[in-house]
Design a protein. Sequence first.
Lengths: 198, 86
Amino acid sequence: MTSPPTLDAGGHKPHVYPPGDLAIWVFILAELSAFFVLFAAYAFTRLKHLELFDEMQRTLDSDAGMINTLLLITGSWCVARAIAAIKRNRCRESSHWLLAAMLTGVGFLVVKYFEYGAKFAAGIDLDTNLFYTFYISLTMFHAMHVVLGMAILFFVWKKALAGGYSAHDHHGMETGASYWHMVDLVWIILFPLVYIMR
Amino acid sequence: MSIHFLNVIWVALMVATVLTWFIGKSVQMSAPLVVMVLVISAVKGWLIIYDFMALRRVKFLWRALVLGWLLLTLAVILLAYWLGLK
């Protein structure tokens, strides 16, 4: 006997809406659209300045980019673990995972601080050339999203510490988690595009 | 979503990231390597969307919107790099 068409491949009934508040998903889609435009602008501007972009890309610290990717992925995993914990009614454990996620965000910003510091000390800024205009704009725009994601996680963490979520009521935590995952998803493309592909 | 499965996804994403970084260390990146990096990024994005964002069991429309963004973005980047090879 085959499953009814309303069930997914695993035999579960699909949810109508994604996790968290619907408004955050409208915001997430708007943010993704903005990053799409920026990524496309980078890729097609590079087309007209191939040598410059390839040469300048070699001056970036891909180790720092890799470490930051590992940090954001780990942060996303921590948030997923926080959701898994709250679904088992483990509010305290969930708050620990949220704190760990925020710490990965702090780590990301510390790495970025040293990365920018090295560039600025070498006299590089937005006006140095077209590549660095894109590099600084794109990565700073993304870093602002990391800061906003950390702020959202902070409020979710405070509520979790106070026992404000449960297995039956964690809509707010899922809202914050969805935004944090979006920040990770964007970096998954930004890292290879800006640091790796020549 | 089991915790074990989440842990496996995390390890897979970490390994894929190190692989991408290693490819970037190549002196001269060839077209196949560029394609490989984009495929790895697609797989990573797919895992994040399905298993961390938890869209695996959400109505197709929502999944399609986010997955569509991922694939369209990577396709546009691939197109720009392909044009650069000419």
